[in-house]
Structure formats: structure tokens, C-alpha cells
Design a protein around this ligand. Structure first.
Ligand SMILES: *Cc1c(COP(=O)(O)O)cnc(C)c1O
Length: 245
């Protein structure tokens, strides 16, 4: 692994090449740098390399980092995206502190996020996480329940429903990598045909971002390709109490 700046450039090049191969504009795809388990210094390095959107999975780790970031650099504007699993009793800090929430999988969580989103902030941008076939985790709404959930979430006043997200099971075959992403794109198109104003497909990670971009990803979430291999232990003591083994 090179420096974070070099890694970021390599990921941007991969996204741009995949977009051009698909006849898409490279700037139609946003790179979300997934900084979970990595220390503030890594985020600082990415920031100096022009990165402004960061993704975090664990509430406590994220809050500690966001506080430290704001204290160190109050003048820096960055976007924080929550992308991890979220229990419905832990929604408040996400509603209060984040700009985006990619992993809404139930109406219960969505309602709480809407109720808890502070009036002084823009509505929380959300994606519904869909359990497409081959989903690695069990979280996310089932495909046959997606349309009802999307219609309900779209009515919540303090949320802005933007699109869909998925985490397919890892797959080494580039041809087969595209299948779940194509499914998610089809689901988004169906919701749009039904009248919902959606513009976001949050899909693709370090190992499959080309396939995701080929199928229309508008937000790619890359962690290890940007920051390096994740350790299981907290990168900074106290930051990551919720890291799974
Ligand atoms: C960790 C994580 C990523 C980044 O994974 P990499 O393989 O390191 O790029 C993306 N999305 C979600 C939801 C994650 O939990």
C-alpha cells in the first residue's frame, strides 16, 4: 500500500476508467472514503488529498472521531455518512450528527431518524439498504417489501429519501459481480417509475467497484483501497468499541 493520497488517486482512476468504459461521466460517481477503524490522522491525510466524504460503521467510534475532527479543524467542512447496521435504540446520534444514512432497513428506524433529526439541519439524506440475493449480511429490507417501505419513508418529513444501498457477498468473478448491482439498479428504476424522486445507488466497495460503476453506482464506498488493511483492534484506543471480531 502506498500513501493514502496515492491510494485515493488510484481509486479515483479506477472509478473514472470504469465510468468511461460504461459511457458514464466520471463525476457522476462520488467516492465515499470508509474510515472505520482508522484514526483521525488517516482522515486528515485523506482530507489533504481532497477527500471530503467519509463513511463510518460504528456509532461510538464515529462520534469520537467527529468530535476530535471538529475540535482540531473547526473550519473544515466534511460530510459524514453512516453506513453500518443500526439498532433502533441508537438512532439519535445518527439523526443529530450525520449528513447521510445509507443503511435504513426498517420503518421503525426511519421514523425515529425523522423524529430525531434536529429542525436546524437539512433533512437527513437516506438510502434504503436492500437485501439483494447474495447479500453478505442479513440486514436490509427484503426485495418484496421494498416498495412499501420506500413509499412510507418518502413521506417522513425530516428525511430525504435518496436511493438504495446494498452489500453483496464477496465474489471474485467480475462477470458475476455485476448481478446484484444490476438487481439494485432495476429496483431503483422501478421505484422511480412509481413516482419516487430518487438519484442514488450506493454500491461497490474496494474489490468490486468497477462492477458497481458499470451498473450505475452513484456512490462507491471504498475503505481498504484507500486506507489500507483494517486491523481487528481499534486503530486508536477508545475509538472503536463496537468492532466485530
Ligand atoms: C467496510 C465497509 C465498506 C468498505 O469496504 P472495503 O472492502 O474496505 O472497501 C463499504 N461499505 C460498508 C457498508 C462497509 O461496512
Amino acid at each position: 500500500m502506498g500513501s493514502i493520497a496515492a491510494n485515493l488517486q488510484a481509486v479515483r482512476d479506477r472509478i473514472a476508467n470504469a465510468a468511461r468504459s460504461a459511457g458514464r461521466a466520471p463525476d457522476a460517481v462520488t467516492l465515499l472514503a470508509v474510515s472505520k477503524t482508522f484514526p483521525l490522522a488517516a482522515i486528515d491525510e485523506a482530507w489533504h488529498a481532497g477527500q471530503r466524504a467519509f463513511g463510518e460503521n460504528y456509532v461510538q467510534e464515529a462520534l469520537a472521531k467527529m468530535d476530535a475532527f471538529a475540535a482540531a479543524w473547526p473550519e473544515r467542512a466534511v460530510q459524514w455518512h453512516f453506513i453500518g447496521p443500526l439498532q433502533s435504540n441508537k438512532t439519535r446520534p445518527v439523526a443529530e450528527r450525520f449528513d447521510w444514512m445509507h443503511s435504513v432497513g426498517s420503518l421503525r428506524v426511519a421514523r425515529r431518524l425523522s423524529e430525531q433529526r434536529p429542525e436546524g439541519r437539512a433533512p437527513l439524506a437516506v438510502c434504503l439498504q436492500v437485501n439483494v440475493s447474495g447479500e453478505a449480511s442479513k440486514s436490509g429490507v427484503a426485495e418484496d417489501e421494498l416498495a412499501d417501505l420506500a413509499r412510507e419513508v418518502a413521506t417522513l418529513p425530516r428525511l430525504a429519501l435518496r436511493g438504495l444501498m446494498c452489500i453483496p457477498a464477496p465474489c471474485a468473478d467480475p462477470a458475476r459481480q455485476r448481478e446484484p448491482f444490476a438487481r439494485l439498479r432495476g429496483l431503483l428504476e422501478a421505484l422511480r417509475a412509481g413516482g419516487l424522486d430518487l438519484d442514488t445507488l450506493s454500491m461497490g466497495m474496494s474489490d468490486d467497484l468497477e462492477a458497481a460503476v458499470a451498473e450505475g453506482a452513484t456512490c462507491v464506498r471504498a475503505g481498504s483501497a484507500v486506507f489500507g488493511r483494517r486491523a481487528h483492534a481499534p486503530a486508536v484506543p477508545g475509538f472503536a468499541r463496537e468492532i466485530p471480531a
